[in-house]
Design a protein around this ligand. Structure first.
Ligand code: OGA
Ligand code: NI
Length: 379
């Protein structure tokens, strides 16, 4: 990666430290321009800065129980139609009866909660660098003076085996953190493999088509544990700015008590997601599915709002293509009316842009649209 990615441009300040310092007003670097702030209707009357998030139960819920019980060989039309509608209408869906044990979900969430609740001094040894991102972080973009979000995180590579984060990057406290995260990673990766078949079938493609296009058994998985401390002025900032996820699929285990994830609905409104159950996953399609599907499915923008009363934790498992496989629109989905919208690009190349610039809504992918697409004369 480029030299500018070797070091952070300014000293890293933990959001947890800012939150615990007891400031009544948040530092300017966290203040978003008015158009990016949580909408006024999300704020409670009386100005007490408690976000009143309108819950929304219309994020579709997909029940995988029957499919998993019948063996994955039997993906029926009901499921593929439900998934197709969810991807077209929202880019997001929840899954229940997904085969990942609720006890494992609880254990991994508690392990990371335990880590983030440690004093900052106990976590600094894992401070991350822009070059690999692995470890304890508090910013994404490397631009000096760039806007910052109200959240700390921990980032790890889980798969493929060759890319897995070495031991030095894994917290040793809580002691079970590594083991439980690895097991969780394996289970959720298996779920992603099932979802890939369903997504392929939902576009009328062979079930194995997506998996093959993204690198077969060598697809990647990364874990990002997010920690959003309490915030004295939640109306001015965001826990995570609007972005789409760069990879293939994201499986989010949200906080069981505190909401915060917002999804941009087709009409442009931000809607707060309410998980249907504590053991539901929130799944969204990433930029690579938008590219492979030639924009039949699009990766939808989402963001995180924070809150004055309660901290929030979430675990995002990113299922990514193998790094060196060029991803381009599937020829089956390219027609004279729908020429290829994106040039081939490997995920390793794509990820460099994201990491340099930090969360930027959908600007990234839009920027690549129409660039040097082979065979269209649009060079
Ligand atoms: C992410 C993300 C949402 C959340 O980590 O990419 O969108 O609720 N997280 O923390
Ligand atoms: Ni995201």
């Amino acid at each position: 990666m480029a030299d500018c990615m070797q070091e952070w441009p300014e000293p890293i300040v933990r959001v947890q430290a800012v939150a615990e310092s007891g400031l009544a007003a948040i530092p300017g670097c966290y203040v978003k321009p008015p158009r990016d702030r949580p909408a006024q209707q999300h704020l409670a009357a009386g100005g007490d800065n408690v976000l009143r998030e309108p819950s929304d139960d219309s994020i579709p819920v997909i029940d995988l129980g029957e499919l998993l019980a019948a063996g994955e060989g039997r993906i029926d039309g009901l499921i593929t139609e439900a998934v197709a509608a969810a991807c077209r209408d929202w880019g997001f869906f929840q899954v229940v009866n997904h085969g990942v044990a609720p006890e494992l979900m609880r254990a991994v969430r508690e392990a990371w909660r335990g880590f983030f609740r440690l004093p900052i001094s106990a976590k600094q040894q894992y401070a991350n660098q822009p070059r690999t991102y692995e470890g304890y972080g508090s910013r994404v973009g490397v631009q000096k003076g760039g806007p910052l979000d109200w959240g700390d995180y921990y980032f790890l590579h889980l798969a493929p085996e060759a890319a897995k984060s070495p031991d030095k990057y894994w917290p040793t406290n809580p002691a079970i953190c590594k083991e439980v995260s690895e097991e969780y990673g394996r289970e959720v990766t298996r779920l992603c493999e099932v979802l890939m078949k369903v997504l392929s079938a939902s576009l009328g493609l062979e079930e194995a088509r997506f998996q093959e296009a993204f690198g077969g058994a060598e697809c990647g998985a990364c874990l990002r544990a997010n920690y959003y401390p309490r915030c004295p002025q939640p109306d001015l900032t965001l826990g995570l700015s609007a972005h789409s996820d760069p990879g293939v699929l994201t499986v989010l285990l949200a906080d069981e008590h505190v909401r915060g994830l917002q999804v941009r609905r087709a009409d442009g409104e931000w809607v707060t997601v309410q998980p249907v159950r504590d053991d539901a996953f929130i799944v969204n399609v990433g930029d690579q599915i938008q590219i492979l599907s030639n924009s039949v499915y699009t990766s939808v923008e989402h963001r995180v709002i924070v809150n004055a009363k309660e901290e929030r934790i979430s675990l995002a498992l990113f299922y990514n293509p193998k790094g060196d496989v060029p991803i381009a629109p599937a020829p089956e989905l390219v027609t004279p009316d729908r020429p290829p919208l994106y040039p081939p690009m490997t995920f390793d190349e794509y990820r460099v842009y994201i990491r340099k610039n930090g969360p930027r809504g959908k600007a990234q992918l839009e920027g690549f649209k129409g660039q040097a697409v082979p065979g269209t004369g649009n060079k």
